[in-house]
Ligand binder design. Structure first.
Ligand code: GAL
Length: 669
């Protein structure tokens, strides 16, 4: 009997539990009497990454006794998909064993897939295990091995009810004890070339403005200073400041004006088409800027926002097309707050909303930001309170919009938060109502104010966000409200697939901010937990998605690597492409995916992604994105030609990394 099992199963290290019990081979410590036993639950589980909660010791993820196939286990770790844990091994004799499955507590819900990789090679694959399925036993001989990677995948259907038990998980070893280790973190290498001293005009090639609304646009350009800025073909009413590159004024006549922006220095000249559409649509390209939330949360002050604006100029982000400096929640009064800086009268005698003491003079603040050639945004909720408990706009919508306009804001994030308390339900008409109302009010203001809907994707907001007047809409919950940021970035970013048909110039899907650089994470300001490769994936994917590019880390502590991620003009050109066609997934393998986006010049931006734990060769077949024959391939991060390829392009992509290329010859503009 024993031999039968060996033959059938040992190649995968997987043995059916009942069979193992019957064969009496489930007691490794007895079998290896000289070995020391180390239970998985007694190891340091801090390095484990998990999509929901944290691993529980000797209990399930919801703190119940670990139970598989009706049997209760005293030992084990109650995990949750998607889970990874890396263990360093000494190479001496060692065996890992465990009984794995979806805990009985889910009552036949949930589906997972356990895997173990030894020194980069797959050694165990449980196949899909559903709630109620018989558990499986793992028994792995690790003699001579140096690294074991334990993984629980979600079996491709999301993580709901994926209560994954590593029951009786143990190492029986001699020599140095196995030790859990942190995920590998590759060295951060800036691939973005330093901008040339010659001029290059960057940023969007299309710009929407309403008739007679104040126009402010700073020509973004890199190159050695002094630079002389000019433009041809501007509509009547606009002028360029040759020294600062600021275009201001206002245009009375509706129409489409094909202007050209020009930057000239001692080394040369650069020109870039700039289509100004005077009409009803703002945000013809995805907005780019900074948002205070993941840097300051509820601590944000006027001083911080000014410092962010200063840094946007000082770091040169403004020269790459970043323009919004946006305040998130927590600028208004917080009712019942014991903090004197936040308490006070929520509104003045006329009912106009007040800022709290951290924002002593909003008009002075927006003037300060505008004087730098930048724009600025504010935040409110249609409900009585914002998500952080500050005063919202409920029953003061008209007054608040006017106030935001008078103060000089150019952007409003309107966050559902407490609206459920007063909306009377979550039916479609009720979800739409506050946004329809606010967009109609904003249209009556003399300023152009871009409207960002934030309601976490309820009621498939992408299907109606445009109709209610939104310029962008968050499609999901908060990217930063996760135990694993990498997991959240992947879940949200890759989860945008299928939403592409709802995005376009003036109306964008918003998968949330860029949580890179220094952010508030796990209660403190610290470097993003994302690895460098994950950060490349993040920015590349957001560009493919035509996502609003809002950096939400600390502008005053922008390190060179983060800045290089944010300011790659060829990558940003993908995001800002004037066609505005959001990309989508064109191929999916086990750990690899290919995403592609059609660009205005007839080429495609193509991202080869590796979501897995080991390097993998990924092939982008041209036919999958409507191309044939031999095509030039250009590496967008390195900004250089890779070569010409026939029919497909393949690259080895590192763990959680990306290779981001442009395929095809650009048609002339
Ligand atoms: C959340 C929103 C976040 C942030 C936060 C402020 O609802 O999704 O992006 O604005 O509220 O309290």
């Amino acid at each position: 009997m024993r031999d039968e099992f060996r033959k059938a199963n040992t190649m995968r290290g997987i043995l059916p539990l009942a069979a193992l019990l019957a064969a009496g081979i489930l007691a490794p410590s007895r079998a290896q009497s000289t070995a020391t036993t180390l239970w998985l639950e007694d190891m340091d589980l801090a390095p484990a990454s998990q999509s929901y909660g944290r691993p529980h010791i000797r209990k399930t993820i919801i703190d119940k006794p670990i139970t598989l196939g009706g049997r209760v286990f005293d030992h084990g770790v109650g995990a949750h998909a998607r889970f990874t844990l890396r263990v360093r091994l000494s190479g001496s004799p060692c065996r890992f064993s465990s009984i794995v499955g979806v805990d009985d507590e889910t009552v036949k819900l949930g589906s997972v897939r356990f895997k173990a990789t030894v020194d980069g090679k797959l050694a165990v694959d449980s196949g899909v295990l559903k709630g109620g399925d018989a558990p499986k036993a793992i028994s792995l001989n690790l003699a001579g091995a140096h690294e074991l990677l334990l993984v629980v995948g979600d079996a491709g259907d999301g993580i709901a009810y994926d209560h994954a038990d590593w029951a009786d998980a143990r190492f029986d070893y001699s020599g140095a004890p196995p030790e859990t280790v942190a995920e590998p973190r590759e060295v951060a290498v800036s691939l973005t070339p330093k901008p040339s001293p010659k001029p290059r005009v960057n940023g969007p090639k299309a710009f929407g403005v309403r008739p007679n609304a104040p126009f402010l646009y700073t020509i973004p350009a890199t190159g050695r200073l002094p630079m002389n800025y000019s433009a041809s073909g501007l509509p009547k009413g606009l002028k360029v400041d040759a020294k600062t590159g600021r275009i201001s004024g206002c245009v009375a006549a509706r129409g489409t004006y094909n202007a050209t922006l020009i930057a000239r220095n001692a080394l040369g000249v650069s020109k870039r088409p700039f289509r100004i559409v005077v009409g009803d649509t703002l945000a013809l390209t995805p907005p780019m800027g900074w948002n205070s939330w993941y840097c300051f949360l509820n601590r944000v002050t006027d001083k911080d926002v000014r410092a962010a604006a200063d840094a946007m100029v000082r770091t040169g982000m403004i020269d790459h097309g970043y323009s919004y400096v946006n305040i998130d929640d927590c600028w208004a009064i917080k009712p019942n707050s014991s903090d004197p800086a936040l308490s006070g009268e929520p509104r003045d005698a006329e009912g106009r909303i007040n800022s709290n003491k951290r924002f002593p003079d909003m008009k002075a603040l927006t003037d300060y930001i505008h004087a730098k050639g930048l724009k600025t945004g504010i935040y409110s909720s249609p409900g009585p309170l914002t998500c952080a408990g500050f005063v919202g706009s409920y029953q003061h919508e008209e007054q608040d919009a006017r106030r935001f306009s008078d103060w000089g804001f150019d952007f409003l994030k309107y966050d559902w938060c407490s609206m459920t308390q007063v909306s009377g339900g979550l039916e479609l008409s009720k979800l739409e109502k506050p946004y329809r109302q606010m967009s109609a009010i904003l249209k009556r203001q003399p300023r152009d104010i871009v409207l960002n809907l934030c309601q976490y994707g309820m009621g498939d907001v992408w299907k109606w966000g445009r109709d209610v007047g939104g310029n962008s809409w968050r499609t999901t919950g908060d990217l930063g409200a996760a135990t694993s940021l990498a997991d959240s970035m992947y879940a949200i970013g890759l989860g945008q697939n299928g939403l592409e048909k709802w995005a376009g110039p003036g109306h964008w899907n918003d998968p949330d901010y860029l949580l890179i650089g220094t952010i508030t994470w796990e209660g403190a300001m610290r470097p993003t937990p994302l690895t460098p490769n994950e950060q490349y994936t993040y920015v590349s994917l957001w560009a493919v998605l035509a996502a609003p590019m809002f950096f939400s880390g600390d502008m005053t502590r922008l390190d060179a690597f983060t800045l290089s991620l944010l300011t790659n003009d060829e990558v940003l050109d993908v995001d800002l492409d004037r066609l505005g066609r959001q990309g989508r997934r064109v191929w999916k393998g086990e750990d690899a995916q290919v995403w592609a986006r059609f660009l205005e010049d007839g080429t495609r931006a193509v991202a080869l992604l590796n979501t897995g734990e080991a390097p993998v060769k990924v092939t982008a077949r041209f036919a999958d994105f409507g191309m044939r024959g031999t095509q030039p391939v250009r590496d967008l991060w390195r900004q250089r030609a890779v070569g010409r390829f026939n029919g497909s392009y393949s690259a080895v992509v590192p763990r959680h990394g990306v290779v981001f290329v442009k395929v095809g010859s650009p048609a002339h503009e």
